[in-house]
Design a binder for this molecule. Structure first.
Ligand SMILES: [Zn+2]
Length: 460
C-alpha cells in the first residue's frame, strides 16, 4: 500500500507534468469548476475521496515554511499564464508567436501592454483568448501583490504613456541611443539622477527646462510611488534577462511565497499547549525534523501527522461523541486534549518513561525528559546531543507510532511491541537507504540503536 505522502508524490510525478504542459500550451481563462475538479482528483487519489484532515494552509504551504507542498493548480495556472510575459518583454529574442500577437494587437511593442496601461481593445478577449487571459491575469496578480500604478521600474522609455506625456521627444531618443531603456535606469540608489549626471550620460546638451520636465513626470504624485519602488521578485523573474531554466517553477514558488500567509497555525497551537513561545529557530527545527529525519515515507508520515495535529482527540470529538463527554479514552477520567493523549496521560507517561530508558542508552547520556523533545524533536543544543539526536528521534518515532496505534484502546502499551516496531523500521529504513544511496547516513543513525538494543537484551 502506498502512503498518502507517496500518493502526493505520485500525483506530482504523473498528473502534474501533463497538466502543466496543457496549461502552458493553451493559456486561456479557465472556469472555477476546472480547478475544483483538479482538487477533487487530488482528493480522490490521495485521500480516497474523503476530506483531508489537514487545513488547506498546511497542505499547500512550501515545505520550508512548514507545509506539505501539495500542488495548487490555480496558482500553477497563474504562473503558466504569466510566463508568457517574458517573451513579450524581451521581444528581440521572442519566438514567432509573439510577433503574431503583436500584429493582432496592432501595437508598436508588446511591452506597452504589460508595464503600461496601453490601449487594449475591449474585444481582444473575444478574438484572442491568450492575450486576453494574459492581461487579465497580470492585472489581477499586480493587484494581489500590491503593485500599484500603471508605471513600474521596468516601464520602457519609449512606452505609450511616456510618448503621450508632453516630454520632448528629443530626450527620449537621446536616452534610448545611450542604452537607457527602462525607467529603472533613471534612478541611482533610489534617487532620481542629477542634471549633471544625466548630461554626462547623454553626452548631449539637455536644457534645464527639459530636465525639469522629465523630473516632474517622474516625481508627480501619480507616478512617484510606482516608479521609485524596489522591483518585486516576480517582476525580476519576468522582466530581467535570465537564462536559468524552470521559469514556471520559480514563478510558482514566488507566487506561493508572496500570496500565502507565512505562518502555519499548528506551531502556534503547540506553543500554547507547551506553555512556551516557540521562536523562529525552533520552528525551523520542527519543520526540518518533520521532513528530513528519515528515509522512508511511511516512517516520515508518523511525524508529519503528529506535528500537523492530524489526530482527533476526545476533546475535539465531544460533539460527535456525547457519551464520552470529551474525556480521555484511556479511562483516566481527565479531559482528552492533544497533549494529554500524547504525553500527560498516566498510562502514556508510564510508557514514555520506559521508552526514555532506551533513549538514554542510545544517547549514552541523560536526555531531558520533556514533551517537546519526545514529540517535536527539539533537543538541547549541546555538542554531545547533536551527534546522537537522529538515533534518539527514531526511538521516539517508534514510540509515537505505538501510541497512535492504541489511540482509542484501553490496553497497555507494551515494550515488546515497541521493539518489534523498531526492528520493522530498521528493515524499512535499510531498504530505503539502499535505494537512495545513503547507506553511510543509515549506519551513523542505526549503529548506536543496534548497540543499545543488544545491551538491553543482555540485561533482561
Ligand atoms: Zn488519560
Amino acid at each position: 500500500m502506498v502512503s498518502w505522502l507517496g500518493k502526493i508524490n505520485l500525483f506530482k510525478m504523473i498528473v502534474l507534468p501533463k497538466l502543466l504542459y496543457r496549461l502552458m500550451a493553451i493559456p486561456i481563462q479557465l472556469p472555477v469548476s476546472f480547478f475544483k475538479m483538479c482538487d477533487e482528483l487530488l482528493r480522490d487519489i490521495v485521500w480516497n475521496g474523503k476530506k483531508p484532515r489537514f487545513r488547506k494552509q498546511v497542505l499547500v504551504q512550501l515545505k520550508e515554511k512548514g507545509g506539505l507542498n501539495v500542488p495548487d493548480i490555480k496558482l500553477y495556472h497563474t504562473a503558466a499564464s504569466l510566463a508568457g510575459l517574458y517573451d513579450w518583454y524581451h521581444e528581440a529574442k521572442a519566438p514567432e508567436w509573439a510577433y503574431l500577437e503583436k500584429e493582432l494587437m496592432g501595437v508598436k511593442t508588446l511591452k506597452d501592454l504589460i508595464v503600461d496601461k496601453g490601449k487594449v481593445p475591449r474585444e481582444i478577449n473575444l478574438y484572442h483568448p491568450f492575450i486576453g487571459n494574459l492581461l487579465k491575469t497580470w492585472g489581477k496578480t499586480k493587484k494581489k501583490l500590491g503593485l500599484v500604478g500603471d508605471l513600474s521600474p521596468f516601464t520602457p522609455i519609449d512606452s505609450i504613456q511616456i510618448r503621450e506625456s508632453n516630454l520632448a521627444p528629443g530626450i527620449r531618443m537621446a536616452l534610448k541611443k545611450r542604452g537607457v531603456s527602462t525607467m529603472e535606469q533613471l534612478f541611482l540608489g533610489g534617487k532620481f539622477v542629477s542634471h549633471q549626471r544625466l548630461k554626462s550620460v547623454l553626452k548631449e546638451e539637455i536644457s534645464e527646462f527639459q530636465y525639469l520636465q522629465l523630473k516632474a513626470m517622474v516625481s508627480s504624485p501619480l507616478n512617484r510611488e510606482s516608479l521609485k519602488r524596489e522591483p518585486h521578485k516576480i517582476e525580476k523573474i519576468l522582466f530581467k534577462i535570465n537564462k536559468a531554466s524552470g521559469r514556471l517553477g520559480r514563478l510558482y514558488r514566488e507566487l506561493k511565497n508572496a500570496l500565502y500567509t507565512p505562518s502555519v497555525d499548528y506551531i502556534m497551537k503547540w506553543g500554547r499547549d507547551l506553555n512556551t513561545s516557540i521562536d523562529q529557530g525552533e520552528e525551523k527545527k520542527i519543520w526540518s525534523h518533520m521532513n528530513k529525519c528519515v528515509f522512508s515515507l511511511e516512517v516520515r508520515e508518523i511525524q508529519v501527522k503528529l506535528t500537523t495535529r492530524y489526530y482527533l482527540t476526545p476533546e475535539r470529538l465531544k460533539f460527535a461523541d456525547p457519551e464520552g463527554g470529551g474525556l480521555c479514552w484511556r479511562g483516566c477520567g481527565e479531559v482528552g486534549t492533544y497533549m494529554h493523549c500524547w504525553w500527560y496521560c498516566g498510562r502514556v507517561q508510564l510508557f514514555w518513561s520506559k521508552v526514555w530508558k532506551i533513549v538514554n542508552k542510545v544517547a549514552a547520556m541523560v536526555v531531558p525528559f520533556r514533551p517537546e523533545t519526545a514529540l517535536l524533536g527539539l533537543y538541547p543544543n549541546t555538542k554531545c546531543m547533536i551527534s546522537c539526536q537522529n538515533s534518539c528521534k527514531i526511538i521516539c518515532l517508534a514510540a509515537i507510532n505505538i501510541i497512535a496505534r492504541h489511540w482509542r484502546s484501553l490496553e497497555d502499551l507494551t515494550m515488546n511491541e515497541l521493539l518489534h516496531r523498531i526492528w520493522y523500521m530498521h528493515t524499512m529504513e535499510d531498504f530505503h537507504a539502499d535505494l537512495h544511496n545513503k547507506k553511510q547516513d543509515f549506519e551513523t543513525i542505526w549503529a548506536p540503536i543496534r548497540k543499545a538494543l543488544d545491551n538491553l537484551n543482555g540485561t533482561t
